[in-house]
Design a protein around this ligand. Structure first.
Ligand SMILES: Nc1ncnc2c1ncn2[C@@H]1O[C@H](COP(=O)(O)OP(=O)(O)OP(=O)(O)O)[C@@H](O)[C@H]1O
Ligand SMILES: [Mg+2]
Length: 255
């Protein structure tokens, strides 16, 4: 075993996958994936285009079903066959496409599709109160819930999408972020990274990124995928940039 490879841990993982495989026609998108995710920890999921990162998180979040393999959550085997299954477990995914409604305000966007109603009426005060609580959890720079989302900065818009994906509905246990800094400038990416670090203190997080600097900055561990297989499990305090690139390119295989 390489020194950089993660040793077996004593504590119980929040989520484990054993023997996870998924095929699309002739493409083996995931091949015998064994993975453990722990609480209060950010795991970077790395790999070149087409490596299988999105397929893996879609299998965890219920957008895809594995062809083979088992998923355990909190030590118990679970079936995740649709997004609600994941959501009910507290597995919250924020996809790259933020799907916000630009001309609508922050509160409306936070609760889109999950509005509180009573006797058929929207409970606006209740939603505003909770929206305020979500914004303070996120420590965002957003000044007003009444602001149209299209007038927010890119980083602030990401905060709204993260707030909606993570804090509305069931309490989060595992947060998955697929390329949360893609398309953002440096300043706005910093805002998202700050938020990630903050959330990483309280939750298990899977962070997909193509930006290795960001992975080194926020993640404690990394898993590298190449052609649907895990080719490296690394401790980020020991790993090097070049080692990860070699693994991503399929040059170096972890033992
Ligand atoms: N719905 C699908 N139908 C057919 N093939 C698919 C489907 N989804 C993914 N694939 C294939 O599975 C492989 C893994 O794709 P995936 O989207 O998981 O890669 P990725 O690591 O997320 O890449 P990227 O960094 O470009 O987002 C690719 O070869 C892709 O073409
Ligand atoms: Mg992807």
């Amino acid at each position: 075993m390489k020194t950089s490879e993660i040793s077996e841990e004593k504590r119980q993982p929040i989520l484990s996958i054993r023997g996870g495989s998924k095929r699309f026609g002739g493409i083996q998108a995931l091949d015998n994936i064994n993975l453990d995710i722990y609480d209060n920890e950010i795991l970077a999921l790395l790999g070149d285009n087409g490596a299988g990162k999105s397929t893996l998180i879609k299998a965890i979040s219920g957008a895809h079903t594995l062809d083979a393999g088992d998923i355990y959550f909190g030590g118990k085997q679970v079936q995740i066959t649709k997004p609600e299954d994941a959501h009910n477990l507290g597995i919250k995914t924020v996809y790259q496409d933020l799907a916000l409604f630009g001309i609508l305000n922050v509160t409306v966007n936070l609760f889109a599709g999950s509005e509180y109603t009573r006797w058929g009426f929207l409970q606006k005060k209740k939603m505003d109160k909770e929206a305020q609580a979500v914004l303070s959890k996120l420590k965002t720079t957003i000044k007003s819930l009444k602001q149209e989302v299209r007038s927010l900065s890119g980083g602030q818009q990401h905060s709204v999408a993260i707030g909606r994906g993570v804090f509305i509905g069931h309490d989060p246990k595992l947060i998955i972020m697929d390329e949360p800094t893609a398309g953002l400038g440096v300043k706005q990416s910093r805002e998202v990274l700050r938020l990630l670090k903050e959330l990483g203190q309280n939750y298990a997080i899977i962070f997909i990124t193509h930006n290795l600097e960001y992975a080194f900055e926020v993640a404690q561990k990394a898993v590298v995928l190449c052609s649907g297989r895990i080719v490296g499990k690394l401790d980020m305090t020991e790993a090097s940039h070049s080692q990860i690139v070699s693994l991503m390119m399929g040059v170096e295989q972890a033992a």
